[in-house]
Design a protein around this ligand. Structure first.
Ligand SMILES: [Zn+2]
Length: 496
């Protein structure tokens, strides 16, 4: 029996609003899920929200709410984005779920041989909820570059996870590829980061400095601190430890994360799993950051792009198209409204939408909507498959566009409208025309298959249009109607 598949996404803090990075997580996991389902695989796809921690308690207090009431409201912003993106997730975990909290306490107990109490002094960033070494703090001039806040010197009693005990096993797993980090250069970065060994990590804080979290079993003075609670979600959501079905899905095939949380997912997380005697995930897919016109997105600068705004204006498939094709799956990318709108109007509107509309209207005009014989699409699927399997979704969609471009060239070259004119004098012209249009439909149906994991709504529209053998398109119906919000409309009268 083939193993059932499992893909996970990072769980965001619910105190913020969903951003492009969250949308990328859900979209990449969804593309992979749909692609695997196409080949008949059983896929479980986890999403969720991280709902503990001081920032959440503070924000709730500011609003006069208890933390749970506050997270009951805010987690929905993330759920809404997942749904808008069309993410076909199967499991939604909230770290405030009863099952999750009980399972995390079980995990704590099971990790006892690797947990010890110690006192800690270090540089702490409240925004990251993480400690940094003297070296990091000095390198950043004492200010967290992600949060623009000075590190605080904090000393307190904590429990530690003895991650250092797993250094050799982890290095072996990464070097042998038992656990892969994709892309390769991120693996190298991480191996360099751990060259002096994994560091033991603080996994609790005194209750007085962290009130909102999972209580440490058998020590009322301590509360679990972010990573042990949050990372466990990938296991607890599939039923670990009490529902045996978790074994059908674990180890995860792919865990999608942003590059900013690689060190936790490649260090602490495998250490936890080895301590629990649970297999390591097969692959971490690490995506980069999306910049805006070369600059980092930041609230202070005011250049934050809201994924909801893009989806609401241009549609979900336009979002999925741009962020799949123009943001490299495994590296940083750049967004500007101009780039987006050019891609939307030119690549989706002109190259693709017009093509579909042209083929449909020629079949309607010349053949009363009857498509006739449709040959199999002839584009070689292998490069697309290889790109999908190696998690280069941007290259997969480039392959689809090769077919679209060559079909446009084919139509310009054979000029079906001229063949149509010859039908009155040439007895073979009608058959030739049907053959040309049948070929075009075959290519477009193949395009729709290849696009279905990436742009599922568009793929369905093409299937509906050409899949039944008869075109019944509304006159003037177009895919990706032109939208000019951020760039000038070239059809606008000059000087108007
Ligand atoms: Zn920070």
């Amino acid at each position: 029996m083939r193993k059932k598949l499992y893909i996970t996404t990072a769980i965001p803090y619910v105190n913020g609003t969903p951003h492009i990075g969250n949308a990328l997580d859900y979209m990449l996991a969804d593309i992979w899920t749909r692609y695997q389902k196409m080949s008949g695989r059983d896929v479980r796809f986890q999403v969720g929200t991280d709902e503990h921690g001081n920032k959440i308690a503070a924000k709730a207090a500011e609003l006069g709410l208890d933390p749970k009431t506050y997270t009951d409201q805010t987690y929905k912003n993330f759920e809404l984005l997942m749904q808008k993106l069309g993410a076909q997730y199967t499991d939604f975990v909230r770290t405030t779920d009863m099952h999750h909290m009980a399972a995390v306490q079980y995990i704590w107990k099971k990790l006892q041989p690797y947990i010890y109490k110690g006192s800690y002094e270090g540089w702490y960033c409240q925004g990251c909820e993480a400690f940094y070494s003297d070296k990091d703090a000095t390198a950043n001039n004492g200010i967290c570059p992600d949060h623009n806040q000075p590190y605080q010197r904090v000393s307190e009693e904590n429990y530690y996870l003895k991650a250092s005990a797993f250094t050799d096993r982890l290095r072996e797993a990464l070097e042998s590829g038992k656990m892969q980090i994709v892309p390769e250069f991120r693996k190298k970065e991480f191996l360099e980061l751990m060259k002096d060994g994994l560091q033991d990590v603080s996994i609790s804080r005194p209750r007085r400095s962290l009130s909102w979290g999972v209580p440490v079993p058998d020590d009322p003075e301590q509360v679990m601190y972010v990573w042990l609670d949050a990372l466990s979600n990938y296991l607890t959501v599939i039923g670990y430890p009490d529902n045996e079905t978790w074994r059908e899905y674990w180890p995860a095939d792919v865990q999608v994360i942003g590059k900013d949380i690689l060190r936790f997912h490649a260090g602490i997380w495998p250490a936890m799993l080895m301590g629990l005697d649970v297999p390591l995930p097969k692959k971490l897919l690490v995506h980069g950051f999306v910049h805006v016109g070369g600059a980092k997105m930041s609230k202070t600068v005011g250049n934050v792009v809201d994924p909801n705004e893009i989806i609401d204006t241009y549609g979900v498939d336009a979002f999925r198209y741009f962020f799949t094709r123009h943001i490299p799956t495994q590296d940083d990318g750049d967004f500007t409204w101009e780039k987006f709108e050019n891609a939307y109007n030119n690549e989706l509107g002109s190259d693709f939408g017009n093509l579909v509309q042209r083929v449909a209207s020629m079949i309607t005009r010349y053949q009363s909507g009857v498509i006739g014989d449709v040959p199999q699409g002839e584009h070689d699927m292998q490069p697309y498959r290889e790109a999908m399997e190696s998690l280069h979704f941007n290259q997969a969609i480039d392959e689809v566009w090769v077919t679209i471009r060559s079909l446009n060239q084919y139509i310009e070259h054979v000029k079906p409208w001229e063949i149509a004119k010859r039908r009155e004098t040439d007895p073979e012209a009608a058959a030739h025309l049907a053959e040309v249009l049948g070929h075009a439909v075959g290519s477009l149906l193949q395009v729709s298959d290849l696009l279905s994991p990436i742009m599922p709504g568009t793929a369905e529209k093409i299937q509906a249009l050409f899949g039944s053998g008869i075109v019944t398109q509304e006159p003037g119906a177009v895919l990706f109607p032109r939208i000019y919000v951020h760039t000038p409309d070239p059809r606008a009268p000059k000087g108007a």
